[in-house]
Design a binder for this molecule. Structure first.
Ligand SMILES: [Zn+2]
Length: 351
């Protein structure tokens, strides 16, 4: 265990290795599989004789920061950030928590990329795509990038009775029309699995007898392709232009944050797909991950892949989270066979 709480088990044998694992902490009051499944699966592969190093990354769920374990492992977490971080629920500084765990001053592990052919993370789907399709395994094509925007519309706050309809500059109505325009236009430009959400819409001052003078919408777009995300941002800019052309209010688009999509390695995907086809013919699929995972950081330093098993009812981040035992068995077999195939393929250098 290193100075941030990452745990690494090293295979003692010679030759190239796979790095496998996930995280073992979880959301508060949540279930038994999110994260832990991937770590147990890595141990099972090692025990079955595959050349696997098993890893458990610290704090994937963000109790103290954002992916501090996997970011530390690939060199994207500096000491100054560790100094700043504190528990988001009770405020304890990360430094204090590390000291209580006996980890203060311990060196942090840094990935030895030359040691590994690639990274493999098994995880529950945390959605219903596999279950609805009657499927038993999901090969992750990539982990989505998330783009967050703020659309602000300025109108004129005024009396809801005295002001005629012709005189109004109603920021609320302008916002509703702008969002409706986006929802009509996005499907013409999006990819198959692009999703978008106006998660918060606020009208100010927000009273029954006042024409809203200001509206703000937080808008989020997710996709596994950076090109698609860039295209959707262009459509958003056009939406705001179009609104400013038609409305008597002024709309402004701000970028709040944009994260990079993390595509999974194609050769890894093919190895897992061949394994899935041999274990559960026709009852597996390729799909993107809408949630973040440690693998999204490992993709930056080595070929990486994820295998999903179905979540019963899609439920996760809740203590009832579960997966059918048969699906856990099938998932382990696909994982083991996929790992063996990937090692074979990369050994002979087949493109
Ligand atoms: Zn997880």
């Amino acid at each position: 265990m290193d100075g941030i709480g990452n745990v690494l088990g090293r295979h003692p044998g010679p030759g190239p290795k796979l790095l496998c694992g996930s995280h073992i902490e979880t959301q508060n009051e949540s279930g038994w599989l999110d994260g832990a499944l991937g770590v147990c699966a890595a141990l099972a592969l090692a025990r079955a004789g595959l050349p696997v190093d098993a890893v458990a990354f610290a704090d994937e769920e963000g109790h103290y920061g954002s992916f501090i374990g996997s970011r530390s492992f690939i060199g994207l977490l500096d000491e100054a950030e560790i100094d700043r971080l504190a528990n988001r629920y009770h405020g304890k500084p990360l430094r204090d928590a590390l000291a209580e765990a006996g980890l203060a001053g311990r060196p942090r592990l840094h990935v030895d990329a030359a040691r590994y052919r690639g990274f493999l993370e098994m995880h529950i789907e945390q959605g219903t795509t596999l279950e609805r399709g009657g499927l038993h395994a999901g090969i992750v094509t990539g982990i989505v990038g998330v783009s967050q925007y703020r659309i602000t519309i300025e109108g004129q706050q005024d009396h809801a009775g005295g002001t005629t309809m012709a005189e109004r500059r109603d920021a609320g109505l302008a916002a509703v029309r702008l969002l409706a325009w986006i929802d009509a236009e996005f499907p013409r430009h999006c990819a198959e699995r692009t999703v978008w959400t106006a998660g918060r819409i606020t009208l100010s001052p927000g009273a029954a007898s006042i024409i809203p003078g200001r509206a703000e919408a937080l808008f989020q777009v997710r996709d596994t392709s950076a090109e698609v995300l860039a295209r959707m941002r262009d459509v958003l800019h056009r939406a705001v232009q179009e609104s400013n052309r038609r409305e008597r209010c002024t709309a402004v688009l701000d970028v709040v944050s944009e994260s990079t999509p993390a595509p999974c390695d194609p050769m890894w995907q093919d190895a897992l797909a061949a394994a899935a086809e041999s274990v559960v013919p026709g009852r597996w699929a390729r799909l993107p991950s809408g949630a973040g995972h440690d693998a999204q950081y490992l993709t930056r330093v080595m070929p990486s892949a994820m295998l999903f098993v179905p979540s019963i009812g899609g439920i996760s981040h809740h203590w009832t989270e579960d997966t059918a035992e048969e699906d856990l068995r099938v998932g382990m077999r696909v994982l083991a066979e996929g790992a063996a195939r990937f090692l074979q393929t990369t050994a002979v250098g087949v493109p």
